[in-house]
Design a protein around this ligand. Structure first.
Ligand code: SF4
Ligand code: SF4
Length: 310
């Protein structure tokens, strides 16, 4: 099979499996300006306590460092948008309403890996675990353009998407980056509760409620008032590119029954055992029980409801 036909087969399988976007970039060193800008972001302290971000700079700089002989990077976007709202007050960012996306996406990538392997190529799946610049590759492969809020925006889908990559030795024909840009309306900047979106479109994690409520250990900076118990997606909720977002077709990513009526009072009463049961196969585990219960102290009373999505 020639490379073009193989790419078509992969793209079709990706669509059938439930991915919303599929694109290919040639495997090459990450553009030096991106690497420099990333280093500056880390050096300025904007990565907060996420010290692992500065680990393995060599691995992040070229896909061939992760898979020797890599020829292509396949970028995939997985839409997790859904319209069902949580009914009580323990509000969790939409990306964590369903099963852990690491597990869901990895399973969904399996058929693509099998196709590549059946043609004698090597392939490595990366789902937010390997040191890969996901947004960079999404832009290079033409599946998304950059938003002012630091997110990748997939045309006609929006930014409520998980990104993942398959690095492969298959020499697939690359796609061109998009020429489209975000509308630059500034709504994300105005709505950001932590004033975390900087002028260059990068995010200062030290001020970002998504980072603070999930990754940060210990007490939050004085004066922090969270809007949601876990994570934050306010800069996505206000973005016009998400007004056309459509319901995900992947049922594992929709709102779990157990979260629909979850209250802050119930969260306060969780024990290690009930936490582990409630958030089994959920990304919420990342915050740990101590982080989730700490967050309770930083929520206003009464809670200010989030504006519903249009
Ligand atoms: S996730 Fe929340 S706090 Fe972070 S940049 Fe977006 S709106 Fe701001
Ligand atoms: S809210 Fe406006 S400025 Fe922000 S990412 Fe969306 S279109 Fe761009």
């Amino acid at each position: 099979m020639d490379a073009r036909s193989l790419k078509q087969q992969l793209a079709q399988r990706a669509r059938e499996t439930g991915f919303s976007a599929f694109g290919v970039a040639r495997s090459a060193p990450v553009d030096e300006s991106w690497q420099r800008s990333y280093r500056q972001w880390l050096d300025s302290g904007c990565g907060a306590e996420m010290h692992y971000l500065s680990n393995h700079p060599q691995l992040r700089s070229h896909p061939a460092e992760l898979l020797p002989g890599a020829q292509s990077v396949i970028s995939l976007a997985l839409n997790y948008f859904h319209t069902e709202q949580q009914q009580a007050d323990a509000i969790i960012a939409m990306y964590a309403h369903g099963d852990d996306y690491h597990e869901v996406a990895r399973l969904m990538m399996r058929p693509l890996i099998e196709i590549l392997e059946s043609h004698g190529f090597e392939a490595r799946a990366c789902v937010d675990t390997a040191p890969v610049r996901e947004r960079y590759w999404a832009l290079c492969s033409g599946i998304a353009f950059a938003g002012r809020n630091g997110l990748a925006i997939v045309p006609d889908v929006g930014s409520f998407c998980f990104l993942s990559e398959i690095i492969t030795t298959a020499p697939l024909p690359p796609d061109a980056p998009l020429t489209k840009t975000c509308q630059g309306c500034g709504k994300c900047v105005e709505a950001c509760p932590g004033h975390a979106i900087m002028a260059d479109g990068k995010i200062d994690a030290r001020r970002c409620h998504s980072y603070l409520s999930i990754e940060h250990r210990g007490e939050l900076p004085p004066g922090t008032t969270l809007r949601t118990l876990y994570g934050c997606d306010i800069c996505q909720r206000v973005c016009p590119h998400n007004q056309q977002a459509t319901e995900t077709t992947v049922s594992a990513l929709k709102l779990r029954d157990t979260l629909r009526d979850l209250t802050l009072r119930q969260v306060a009463a969780l024990t290690p055992q009930t936490f582990a049961t409630l958030f089994r196969h959920s990304a919420v585990k990342r915050a740990k029980l101590t982080g989730l219960q700490r967050n309770l102290k930083y929520l206003p009373f009464p809670l200010v409801p989030l504006a519903p999505l249009d």
